[in-house]
Design a protein around this ligand. Structure first.
Ligand code: ATP
Ligand code: MG
Length: 272
């Protein structure tokens, strides 16, 4: 146990969320997660509060469209950053394998050390091949200025559908402008990534990836026409709209009560 690690009892009302936070701190300690990754997680958590930490129907609709797109893709690629590796490494590798997608390390705050650490984490999680770490296959996306412009010639460079969960807006827009279909997971429906992506899953990545594995198991039994139909009926603007409406409704409902947490109500008793 780390000296600063906290023990989280199962009975703690926010046990799940605290455990996710601990995973990220552990990832930071190991060198997988960047400083900015910790801050990004905080942004995500704030939106998850407003979603009441649940996977909603609009997210399921986006997941189904995402899985259909990966199944129909010629070169599906899953991008990996520090937060993804720290939070869902095993399931992410598993989903990529089920969908025959390549895994590519791609970091906003790129250092050789972090890149290799993430590769090792993916290999430990069962990955047979990890792109994005080999200088020999590195090329640039000219539209992007920062370090994330580098991509693998066997991966994102030739990909038709790219999965970029917890991604930065500049990179997402550059991939879209290159003609690629972009799938993201982002708890913030207002972010540039959420807005630019072709398919936006507004959910916590920790809930979303296992759910996507489940959805794959269902869709793998369907024919091509069925998958095409999912995509024909999919509208990302509508999904974003539903995410925002759900947040608005949740806030309205909670606002009507003011204090809504049971333990606080119990403590305050007559005073509210
Ligand atoms: P953008 O560049 O897209 O406008 P940004 O600069 O706020 O957004 P980035 O750091 O570039 O954000 O991307 C991280 C995104 O991932 C944020 O929108 C954040 O809300 C989201 N996020 C963080 N943790 C999670 C998580 N566990 N699950 C889903 N989304 C998350
Ligand atoms: Mg950003």
């Amino acid at each position: 146990m780390r000296e600063d690690e906290i023990e989280i009892p199962n009975t703690h009302p926010r046990a799940k969320s605290l455990r996710i936070r601990e995973k990220l701190i552990e990832g930071f300690r190991k060198g997988l997660v960047a400083y900015a990754g910790l801050i990004a997680h905080g942004r995500g958590e704030a939106f998850d509060y407003i979603l009441r930490e649940r996977t909603h129907q609009f997210a399921i609709d986006a997941m189904r469209a995402a899985i259909a797109s990966f199944m129909l893709a010629k070169h599906p690629v899953f991008s990996v950053n520090g937060n993804v590796a720290a939070l869902v490494s095993k399931d992410y590798v598993k989903l990529a394998e089920l969908l025959n997608a390549k895994l590519e390390v791609n970091l906003f705050y790129r250092t050789r050390k972090r890149e290799l650490l993430i590769r090792d984490e993916l290999v430990r999680s069962g990955a047979k091949e990890v792109l994005g770490v080999d200088e020999e296959y590195r090329t640039e996306i000219p539209e992007i200025k920062h370090l994330r412009r580098f991509v693998d010639t066997r991966g994102i460079y030739i990909a038709d559908v790219v999965f970029v969960p917890l991604e930065d807006g500049d990179r997402t827009s550059a991939l879209i402008k290159l003609g690629k279909k972009v799938v993201t997971i982002d708890l913030n429906p207002l972010s540039r990534t959420a807005q630019w992506a072709s398919i936006t899953i507004v959910d916590n990545i920790v809930r979303a990836i296992p759910k996507m594995i489940e959805i794959y198991r269902d869709l793998s039994k369907k024919d091509k026409e069925y998958l095409l139909d999912i995509l024909r009926n999919y509208d990302n603007a509508r999904v974003l709209s539903q995410a925002m409406i759900t947040m608005k409704k949740n806030l309205e409902e909670l606002a009507s009560k003011g204090v809504f947490i049971e333990e606080v109500k119990d403590y305050l008793g007559d005073k509210i």
